[in-house]
Ligand binder design. Structure first.
Ligand SMILES: [Zn+2]
Ligand SMILES: [Zn+2]
Length: 136
């Protein structure tokens, strides 16, 4: 355990792991997240900047939550993030459905090649599901 300065309120606290913020700030942040989530649910047509302004949360913070798939904007909000692979508009997470699919296929393909050397009939589908699930 280390004594650290909270990056948010600069108070000293016992640092264990994760982001360098004190338990109080962590709790406040979590409460804020719940508020924002609720706000978006009630106002599905608000954009990120509107949510940011009205909820007093930074746009970066909101985007972080979206990337973590904790927040999901609806199509009506006009909110789009770019897929990190191809830049296609997405509403949550980091990659679009196509790129996710491609990645899974790519991994599945690599496995298939290896499998084929041993046995021609590999359980590729099972492997794909396994890989896909393990990614989260
Ligand atoms: Zn703090
Ligand atoms: Zn993509």
């Amino acid at each position: 355990m280390e004594i650290m300065n909270c990056r948010n309120c600069h108070k000293l606290f016992n640092y264990i792991s994760g982001p360098m913020i004190c338990p109080e700030c962590k709790k406040k942040k979590e409460e804020k997240f719940q508020e924002v989530k609720e706000f978006i649910r009630k106002n599905p047509s608000k954009s990120i900047s509107e949510v940011s302004k009205e909820m007093d949360v930074s746009v970066v913070q909101i985007e972080t939550w979206i990337r973590q798939e904790r927040l999901c904007f609806s199509k009506e909000s006009g909110v789009t993030l770019g897929c990190e692979m191809c830049g296609a508009p997405i509403y949550t997470g980091r990659y679009c459905a196509q790129c996710k699919h491609k990645m899974v296929n790519h991994l599945g393909g690599m496995y298939e090649e290896k499998e084929n050397k041993k046995a021609p009939t590999g359980h590729t589908k099972e492997k794909m599901r396994h890989l896909y699930g393990g990614e989260r």
